[in-house]
Design a protein around this ligand. Sequence first.
Ligand code: NAD
Length: 276
Amino acid sequence: SKVPSITLNNGIAMPQLGFGVWQVPDDEAATAVGHALDAGYRSIDTAAIYGNEEGTGKALSASGLPRDELFVTTKLWNSEQGYDSTLRAFDASLAKLGLEYVDLYLIHWPLPARDAYVDTYKALEKIYADGRAKAIGVSNFQPAHLERLLGETSVVPAVNQIELHPQFQQAESRAVHARHGIATEAWSPLGQGRGLLQDPTIARLAAKHGKTPAQVVLRWHVQLGNVVIPKSVTPSRIAENIDVFDFALDDADLATLTGLDTGNRLGPDPATFDMA
Ligand code: NAD
C-alpha cells in the first residue's frame, strides 16, 4: 500500500493514515469502510460508542483482505471503565467486529474524576498479554493522566489518540509522547471540516502545491509524525484524503502552518469530560 507505517513502541507496524468512522451510522459503515478499503486504506478507527463495529466488521470480512493486512482500532466506552467490565466490553466489541483480535485497543477518555483508568488499563494489559490486542493505548489522556498511568502500570501505551489539527496543535502533549515513545494519533485531523479547511492561508498552500486544503492539512500531520484518521463518507473525499504521499511541504510551509495554532479546541476538555 502507498501509506507508510510507523513502528509502535512494541514493534507493531501501524499505517500512518487510516479511516475514522465516528458519526457513520452502522447501516452506512459497511459501505463507507468498503470505499475506504477500495481506495487503499488498511487502518480503520472505530469505537464501541460509535455503534458501528458491526458494519465495520462486515466491510472487513467482505473485502476478502487477509487479516494481517488490516489494522483495526476500537475503544472502550466510559460506562464500561473498571477491570471486569472492561474485559466484558472488549469481548462484546470483538464479537461485533467479527474478529479474533484487534490491532489496537484504547481507553476512550480518562474520566479523571472517576479514578478508574488505572484499573481499566490493567484490563487492557491482560487483553494484550492474551494476544487479543496487538497493541494497547489511550485516548484523550493529558500529560498528568499519562504520568500517573506510567507510574502505576507496566505496559507503556503504544498510542495516545488526541484532538489535534493546525488550530489546536497540542505541543505539550506531543513532547510528552515523544519522551515516552508513545505515538501521537490525531483525531478530528481536519478540524471536522469546519473553518480550518476554509482558512485562506491553507488555500494558498493548496494552490502552491496543486493539492486541496484537506490534503495540505493531512500532509502537515504526516510530516509532523502524527498518525491521522480523517473521516468522510463521500467516495471522492475518501480517495482525496489518502492521496497525500506524492508531495511535500517545505520548511516555510510548515512554519506557516505552525502559525495557525489558536488553541481552538473543538471537542470536550478531557480534564472535565465525564459523560457516561
Ligand atoms: P475530521 O477532522 O476527520 O473531519 C471530518 C469532516 O470533514 C467530514 O465529516 C467532512 O465534513 C469534512 N471532510 C472530510 N474530508 C474532506 C475533504 N477532503 N474536503 C472537505 N471536507 C472534508 O473529523 P472527525 O470525524 O471528528 O475525526 C476523524 C476521526 O477521529 C473520527 O471519525 C473518529 O474515528 C476519530 N475521533 C476520535 C475521538 C476520540 O475521542 N478519540 C473524537 C473525535 C473523533
